[in-house]
Design a protein. Structure first.
Length: 227
């Protein structure tokens, strides 16, 4: 396993280069942040997400891309439709991650690559998030699904890298806005347990010179292909 000082977007770009006209599927696209970057690089991006609000935001942010309502376990595309696919911090949100990997492999054209970027149950970001939503089990399940797909020969691993994502927040409220953007249901938990949430953030966050706060999240990235 490689350990490198780089960001996930750089690795995604490296994996699919050259990007112009590449057909890329963004599985769990959220508000379209990744789709926007890849579209700007010339890729033909399709995004799927089960959330209506996320899709509306993505369509507004990236009018050049195509977005459809779907889940990772049931992609509404024919076999071999894409040159590449990405699951960016999304696999652990899928109820059946093993099925999502099978579907991602199905829609990949021969020679296509699947990039899976997943947060590990470690790091100060995870510690700050844990009282709001403890993702220990779902993050482990995502890693187990990848390992099982490799063991069965459904997919082959061409590259495995662990990186650290460092995020800076101006305040606790900025951090809370970030995590609620992923799942608005977290707001109710935060309201009910605000003192516990504040204490966890204070313990986990690193105060920096500009008055902000840094949180670190280890990410494991797999570059997968058909076996």
């Amino acid at each position: 396993m490689e350990e490198r000082s780089m960001d996930a977007l750089t690795l995604i770009r490296e994996t699919f280069a050259p990007l112009p006209d590449k057909r890329i599927l963004d599985i769990g696209c959220g508000g379209g942040t990744l789709a926007k970057r890849l579209t700007e690089d010339g890729a033909a991006v399709t995004g799927i997400d089960p959330g209506a609000a996320a899709l509306a935001a993505a369509r507004a942010a990236v009018p050049a891309a195509r977005f459809e309502a779907a889940t990772g376990e049931a992609l509404p595309f024919p076999d071999a439709s894409f040159d590449g696919a990405v699951l960016l911090n999304a696999l652990h949100h899928v109820p059946d991650p093993a099925a999502a990997l099978v579907e991602a492999a199905r829609v990949l054209a021969p020679g296509g690559r699947l990039v899976v970027v997943e947060p590990l149950a470690a790091g100060s970001f995870f510690d700050a998030l844990r009282p709001i939503e403890d993702e220990t089990a779902v993050r482990a399940a995502a890693q187990e699904a990848i390992a099982a797909a490799l063991a069965r020969g459904t997919l082959a691993c061409r590259r495995e890298v662990t990186i650290e994502r460092r995020e800076r927040f101006a305040s606790l409220d900025a951090f809370l806005a970030r995590v609620c953007a992923v799942d608005p249901a977290r707001a109710a938990v935060i309201a009910a347990q605000r003192p516990i949430v504040e204490a966890a953030f204070d313990r986990a966050a690193e105060r920096v010179a500009d008055g902000g706060y840094d949180l670190i999240q280890p990410l494991r990235i797999h570059v997968l292909t058909h076996a």
